[in-house]
Design a protein around this ligand. Structure first.
Ligand SMILES: [Zn+2]
Ligand SMILES: [Zn+2]
Length: 159
């Protein structure tokens, strides 16, 4: 995998670059992701917020309250509706934050998810890989603590 990796929305008006290998790649099989993507699951890459650089048109915020009561913001292309990322407004996050970038890279051939969330609503025909991975029937109570522990582990392996 070469850096930077580039990606963007379907119509091409919104583009981005990732300047760091993702800490983790995960799938989400929750019913929100299934509806929002009109597919079986969504894919996301966890990167440091400062390693994600958006260019082109301003993304549009789609606000949603999950069943858990959590407020979610999805950032989409205002023209074609492609889902680009979640969280605080791109460019406005604190430097220690992570960004979950959705699976919209130009080259997705190297993506290998190692965590799978909300498998209780997974389509029955989706078979998860045998490789060692994190599998959650729902999601960790504190997903940010989980992300932090994965990142700390990844950094420890490099150091
Ligand atoms: Zn677009
Ligand atoms: Zn989901």
């Amino acid at each position: 995998m070469r850096l930077p990796q580039t990606g963007g929305c379907h119509c091409g008006r919104l583009r981005y670059e990732i300047t760091q290998a993702p800490h983790m790649i995960y799938t989400c099989h929750c019913t929100d992701c299934q509806h929002f993507t009109s597919s079986a699951f969504s894919i996301a890459m966890l990167v440091d917020a400062q390693a994600f650089h958006l260019t082109g048109v301003e993304p549009r915020a789609m606000l949603h309250t999950a069943d858990s009561g959590r407020n979610l913001t999805r950032w989409v292309c205002p023209e074609c509706g492609s889902w680009i990322c979640n969280g605080a407004k791109p460019g406005s996050v604190n430097p220690n934050a992570f960004r979950a970038v959705r699976g919209t890279l130009d080259d997705t051939s190297w993506l290998r998810p190692t965590a799978h969330f909300w498998t209780r609503s997974k389509h029955p025909w989706v078979v998860l890989p045998d490789e060692r991975s994190y599998v959650f029937e729902t999601q960790p109570d504190d997903i940010f603590a989980f992300f932090n522990s994965v990142v700390a582990k990844a950094r420890g392996a490099i150091a």
